[in-house]
Design a protein around this ligand. Sequence first.
Ligand code: BG6
Length: 607
Amino acid sequence: MCGIVGYVGRQDAVPILVEGLHRLEYRGYDSAGVAVVARSGLQVHKAAGKIRQLSAALPKRLKGTVGIAHTRWATHGEPNDANAHPHTDCSGQIAVVHNGIIENASALRAQLEAKGHVFRSDTDTEVLAHLIEAADGADLDVAVRQALMAIEGTYGIAVIDARHPECVVAARNGSPVVLGLGDREMYVASDVAALVRHTQQVVYLDDHEVAVVSATGFRTSTLDAKPTNKSPSQVQWGYEAYDRGAYPHYLLKEIMEQPEACERTLKGRLDTQFSTAHLGGLNLTARDWLDIRRIRIVGCGSAYYAGIGGAHMVEALTRVPTDAEPASEFRYRNPVIEKETLYVAVSQSGETADTLAAVQEVQRKGGRVLGIINTVGSTIARTCDGGIYIHAGPEVSVASTKTFTSTLIAFALLGLHLGRIRDLSPADGKRIISALQAIPDQIRAVLRSAEQIKAVALKYASRANMFFIGRASSYPVALEGAQKVKEISYIHAEAYPASELKHGPLALICPETPTVVALPHDDLYEKTLSSLEEIRARRGPVIVVTNPGDERLPAKVDDLLLVPPTDPVLNPILLTIPLQLFAYHSAVALGRDIDQPRNLAKSVTVE
Ligand code: BG6
């Protein structure tokens, strides 16, 4: 996924565009560029590498009151100066920035080259600039709509033309585009993060919508020019929520924000009178719930792992068969969608294309989908039939942390809500409610042991391989722990159900390869201990995350990380926190780019 920004108004666009790019850098950071209409005409500057490289290369005298900009996560054409956006047409008057994939780009390119157009990059996006040039529309928006009619694929675009310095034309299909309403100025962006410093009033474009944005306002229409009505909405978070503050990295800030994030996820949702959870956005009656025979969860990356953890929670509290699968594989297995099955899509950004496609597949086949989403107003949230916003706040670091634990809290609330409609007793409801209420302070207790976790992380940061194991509801904890270590420290880490170790992976256990064991004091404690013994017998170092109280354990392990005991259903929430800090400190010790790990993006809006 990439980030696009646009501005038209009375101020100099360049600093606004560059600051907007910095706010969107988590969307892609392998190259960037800016285009403004200056007195001398269209000026385009782009460079491979981080945005700081681009801003250092920008001529000081570059000025203009209308412009567009882009930060890239390469899909077509390697990250270099020529392939960086914006892309221009042959006349050098039109500039385009694009987030998405044009599937029929090579066919269109061949047609345009046959008509004499000269291409200067290997990207799919450049065809758009030439298509707009080739369109015989007097107005820029007419030309843009004609060009968009010819392409197949996904896009979030912004376009400027030096002959029309009064406006920016934006459009979306599949990739998010939001307009920001200012005083005699307007903003365009892929995400509100790029414009909250300037305005809290925004308009989300829908698929196949085109917007003409000028300093005095905007108008929207469909691709075939039918006007559409849009009502502005208020952004939930202020500018400071997107700021790193005194933290060295967004990742550490977001790990430390988890108590407050979980408090926001719980806020107003615990109903102590009926010992249940109040979830107002599900659009499901108790009657509907009684018809539900199965629950299937889909998501990608950490959202998928949170889904596996959520499946354990929901099934334990409702006795409804619940499982999870990767959204990226879902529709390609031609899934059987059943009326009595409820689908739940999990996504922090609400923009991940694979998860959106899974939601659309279920709905296309007549199924019902709930969303557990962080980003308010995001595409998946607006596509689902109902859902739960987790209100964890903006998550900027590419590796997700606070949205993982807040998503687990949301699943516990969903399980409580449905369980109390079915046969979960009031006493059990009360038990879960008081355990949930204790979680934020228990997380604070775990975060207070950050220095001890750091010491353990530094001890193993130089290892090339690591294993993470856990049983049943602790297996998704192992998966997420391994994911974090892979994502940010680039150490090869694999997660296994502890019981599976002896059926293969045990062959890799040796003194060089440590194993992290998620070992809560639940009914599988002794069983998991035997897996631990198998590792020790092969002199594999063992790091255990567990609850206090077993005097035998210190002698059996190399390192012990303790978390407070909670209800077994909620164990994964607390057990994950030390693994986040473990991964963070390993990555810092290895000098990794913590918030923008190589090859990754915060959410991938292309399939
Ligand atoms: C990946 C991110 O691109 O997408 C992961 O790097 C994330 O951190 C995954 O878990 C899914 O993103 P989302 O926004 O759908 O939860």
